[in-house]
Design a protein around this ligand. Structure first.
Ligand SMILES: Nc1ncnc2c1ncn2[C@@H]1O[C@H](COP(=O)(O)OP(=O)(O)OP(=O)(O)O)[C@@H](O)[C@H]1O
Length: 579
């Protein structure tokens, strides 16, 4: 139980106290009028039972005035409940989501490789909404529904212990039923959350890949995956409702049967003359007030159980260790790989015993067959992943101990597939330096050869771009990403052959932009087309994650090894024409 509340409250049970206290006040404020109603009844009833005493109008006025006053107290208690539970839950969820998103940013990219992106989105939206609803609606009610009967029992037991016993005798059996089936309910909730996330992920995959699905006429196959996931969700929902419904109804019936037992016992005691009518009435009125929240809570029990699993998922991510490291690096120094061993998972090594040195302010090209590990090397320099063995040093400092954010401040990256945010072009360039002035943004854009096309757009730098940059051409996106990198002005530049997929006109514009970017920087360039790296200071040739050759273009051609083979293959393919 303690674990449940710890989960639901986002790791700090104290978060639930104010709302639970407010719910209790709200509950008590609803019981008091029942006692006042009994008093009114008693006053009226006495005037009939003892006509000579007459009707005490004064007392009726006092009680009615108190009832009226109590209406305001109830309103105050409800307002407090609203403030402490709903507002608190929404702000807890909002700040929790932000904290979690921030935490995710500090995790290694390996973590995201293991998780479905749709699943992470669901965690931030759907799981949080579930927990948010439980914190705002269910938990305060639950706590009040437990404490209120206990308070009522301890008060009523003094009035008539037999009636109090009759009223609450069945409650433990209802609770016992839920407790005994708790493991089953937890399993069903877990299966349902998994099925729901799987369906959302498949839907996201279907929508993100809609272009490929259309292009390859894959509707049937992909649709089948989507259909199967919805099918699994439907079955999990039916199972969850089908099993939980009867269980909860059973617990509710058992609990509520206390009222029937109490009415039966009350009638019996009333006839026997050991119970007065007003006391019987008081039990009836208080009973309905006390059992009502208890019934509502039992009805919501399934949802609370369900939320516990969502909360557990959130806490699991919160407990994921972010990348460690506090030291700063000297970005102007050498980049050294020393017997580096790395695999995205421990079973398949991608980089094997790789050693090389890159001198500062030189251009080093990484070449090799597809899948040889070129992109992986650049990701390791940026510490997107930590290596399994060996060391990577920048300026004599192992990056394993470097603060990941500080390290990334010194690295600019330009990839083949540029991602632009759904924002203005100006702000997309500004990502390189968030506090850059408009002049700085434009200066970077001019050097990156994109100022001209941006100026021709109707809203210039304020033109919004679609998510992923869908409204711009490949070459335009490339130049924007180079402008970003220019603005960042980092000492180390990682280029994943940026011109590979461009037409000649765009290619020369992007090449000009790159030349601006790499001046006086330490550049590591991934090249698929060897023509682009002829003038590199050093070429590292990788094959299956190992360094097989190293030297300048001419030295490597003379060696007649893998590089020379790749070179002549490309020379041949350059001569090919489609007939
Ligand atoms: N995130 C990842 N998770 C698991 N395996 C990966 C991941 N990224 C790459 N790999 C694998 O690592 C190997 C090396 O990939 P990498 O992208 O570094 O090669 P590359 O030489 O850059 O290839 P290309 O020239 O085709 O871009 C490949 O077998 C690839 O399947």
């Amino acid at each position: 139980m303690n674990r449940y509340f710890t989960n639901i409250s986002g790791g700090n049970i104290r978060n639930l106290w104010p709302s639970s206290f407010a719910a209790l006040l709200d509950g008590i404020s609803k019981v008091i009028p029942a006692a006042l109603l009994v008093d009114i009844f008693h006053t009226i009833y006495s005037s009939f039972a003892e006509p000579e005493a007459g009707l005490s109008i004064g007392r009726l006025w006092v009680v009615c005035a108190f009832l009226f006053f109590w209406l305001m107290v109830s309103y105050g208690a409800y307002a407090l409940l609203y403030d402490k539970s709903y507002k608190a839950a929404y702000s807890l969820a909002a700040s929790g989501r932000l904290k979690l998103a921030e935490h995710l940013r500090h995790l290694s990219l390996g973590y995201f490789g293991k998780r479905d992106p749709g699943d992470v989105t669901n965690l931030l939206l759907s799981d949080y909404s579930q927990v948010e609803h439980t914190i705002s609606h269910n938990v305060p009610q639950l706590i009040s529904a437990v404490i209120l009967p206990l308070l009522a029992l301890s008060g009523l037991v003094f009035l008539d212990w037999q009636m109090a016993l009759a009223m609450f005798v069945a409650v433990p059996f209802g609770v016992l039923l839920l407790w005994l089936t708790d493991a089953l309910q937890a399993r069903l909730s877990e299966t349902h959350v998994k099925a729901k996330n799987e369906a959302a992920s498949r839907l996201q995959e279907y929508l993100s890949g809609i272009r490929e699905i259309k292009a390859h006429n894959m509707g049937g196959k992909r649709f089948e995956r989507l259909r199967l996931s919805f099918d699994r969700l439907m079955r999990a929902s039916i199972r969850l409702e089908g099993v939980m419904g009867p269980l909860i109804m059973g617990a509710m019936l058992l609990t509520r049967s206390g009222m029937t037992i109490m009415i039966f016992a009350g009638s019996y005691l009333l006839v026997g003359g050991t119970l007065s009518l007003p006391v019987f009435l008081l039990f009836l009125l208080v009973g309905t007030r006390v059992f009502e929240p208890l019934t509502v809570v039992l009805m919501n029990y399934g949802e609370m159980r369900y939320s516990a699993y969502s909360a557990q998922r959130i806490m699991d991510v919160q407990q994921e260790q972010p990348m460690q490291g506090t030291e700063s690096i000297q970005p102007q120094g050498q980049i050294v790989f020393d017997r580096v061993i790395f695999g995205y998972d421990d079973n398949a090594l991608i980089i094997r015993d790789l050693s090389f040195t890159i001198e500062p302010q030189t251009i080093t090209a990484l070449v090799g067959p597809s899948g040889s590990g070129k992109s992986t090397v650049t990701r390791l320099i940026a510490r997107f992943w930590d290596i399994q063995q060996g060391t990577i040093e920048i300026g004599g400092q192992s990056i394993r101990h470097a603060n990941p954010e500080d390290l990334l401040k010194h690295i600019s990256m330009v990839f083949q597939d540029v991602y632009l945010f759904q924002d203005t072009i100006g702000n997309n360039i500004r990502i390189g330096k968030m506090d850059a002035t408009q002049e700085e943004v434009e200066a970077a854009a001019k050097r990156a050869c994109c100022h001209e096309f941006i100026s021709q757009l109707p809203q210039g730098y304020d033109t919004p771009v679609g998510e992923g940059g869908s409204t711009l051409s490949g070459g335009e996106k490339q130049r924007i990403s180079i402008a970003r990198a220019l603005l960042k002005d980092a000492s180390i530049v990682l280029l994943d052959e940026a011109t590979a997929s461009l037409d000649p006109e765009n290619e020369s514009a992007v090449q000009k932009a790159i030349n601006e970017l790499v001046a006086d920087k330490t550049v590591i360039l991934i090249a698929h087309r060897l023509k682009t790296v002829q003038h590199a200071d050093k070429i590292l040739v990788l094959d299956q994650g190992q360094l097989v050759e190293e030297g300048t273009h001419m030295e490597l051609l003379k060696r007649k090894g893998l590089y020379a083979d790749l070179w002549s293959l490309q020379q041949e393919s350059d001569g090919w024409r489609v007939k």
